[in-house]
Design a protein around this ligand. Structure first.
Ligand SMILES: Nc1ncnc2c1ncn2[C@@H]1O[C@@H]2COP(=O)(O)O[C@H]3[C@@H](O)[C@H](n4cnc5c(N)ncnc54)O[C@@H]3COP(=O)(O)O[C@H]2[C@H]1O
Ligand SMILES: Nc1ncnc2c1ncn2[C@@H]1O[C@@H]2COP(=O)(O)O[C@H]3[C@@H](O)[C@H](n4cnc5c(N)ncnc54)O[C@@H]3COP(=O)(O)O[C@H]2[C@H]1O
Lengths: 141, 141
């Protein structure tokens, strides 16, 4: 039995703070983005502009698919294209005042959600791992 | 308020059944595995042997990293190496008789878990998306 009220828990409490979030910039070449993703081990990371504002998300898949030419894999495309060319900007985000109730809905279809302040700056991310830990703590601790 | 008893819900009830699970074989060249991952859009899929037995998991990252040579990206490695060369076999799985209680613990650190029968054959996978949907249905429907 539990009376876990997700609408009373702010995402800010348990989000991964911006300083700990790996990210890339709009103008980075894809080769740099692939390096960041490979070194950090993440499949996708946020894309920010020079003011720290959220612009979208770029994934390893986006970059790998950009390498596929008509007949073969074309590595040169990694140097010719930038993050901005292949990222996705129509992704759901949560605001700094949202709660786990909103996060749960977004995380059903997305593995993480960027947390934005009123100036659209990314202040952190909320992940599936984090919300699953909250459920585990609620049910088993 | 909820009396959601995860230990009473079998993973088999909501798992993705084997026929719907994209997978690759031990002996496939990496180039085939990369194609499967790119076409299906998944970041990682199970690896089976010719008898449908679970052998491990292979991810896009494993393949991309295998392409990195000392100085540059070497596409030939995709043809020279097989799934078996780069997959991970020490991954946690759940058994066909396990419940959501066990699945929740595994899914905190892994985005999906293969469901195995007593012969080690993969009969399905249980994903974070599925368990999050169960929580949403419990709390909001
Ligand atoms: N270096 C590492 N160490 C330990 N475990 C690792 C790991 N990299 C990945 N994982 C595990 O794999 C899950 C999926 O990672 P993925 O990179 O696809 O998907 C990640 C990634 O796209 C993003 N993400 C997570 N942490 C991040 C960070 N610090 N910076 C940037 N993006 C992050 O959020 C998604 C969901 O993350 P979540 O933690 O729920 O789920 C993670 C985590 O359980
Ligand atoms: N084609 C698609 N259509 C709609 N949404 C998609 C999608 N591909 C990915 N997603 C979304 O992205 C999440 C992470 O996918 P990923 O491929 O990293 O990680 C996936 C993938 O590695 C594996 N997986 C899921 N379904 C699979 C299937 N039918 N066959 C093989 N592997 C599967 O389980 C992981 C977790 O899946 P989960 O559903 O929890 O979470 C998925 C899902 O919410």
């Amino acid at each position: 039995l539990t009376n876990f009220d997700l609408s009373s828990i702010p995402v800010k409490r348990d989000m991964i703070e911006a300083e700990k979030v790996a990210h890339v910039q709009l103008q980075n070449p894809l080769e740099h983005a692939l390096l960041v993703l490979t070194k950090t081990g993440y499949n996708a990371v946020p894309v920010l502009d020079l003011n720290g504002r959220f612009c979208g998300i770029i994934s390893k898949s986006d970059i790998v698919e950009a390498m596929f030419g008509i007949e073969q894999i074309e590595v040169d495309k990694l140097y010719e294209n930038t993050v901005e060319d292949v990222m996705h900007s129509d992704v759901p985000t949560v605001s700094e005042h949202d709660t786990l109730e909103k996060a749960l809905h977004v995380l059903i279809d997305h593995s993480f959600a960027c947390v934005l302040n009123q100036d659209d700056e990314m202040i952190g991310i909320y992940t599936r791992r984090e919300i699953l830990k909250q459920f585990r703590n609620e049910f088993y601790e």
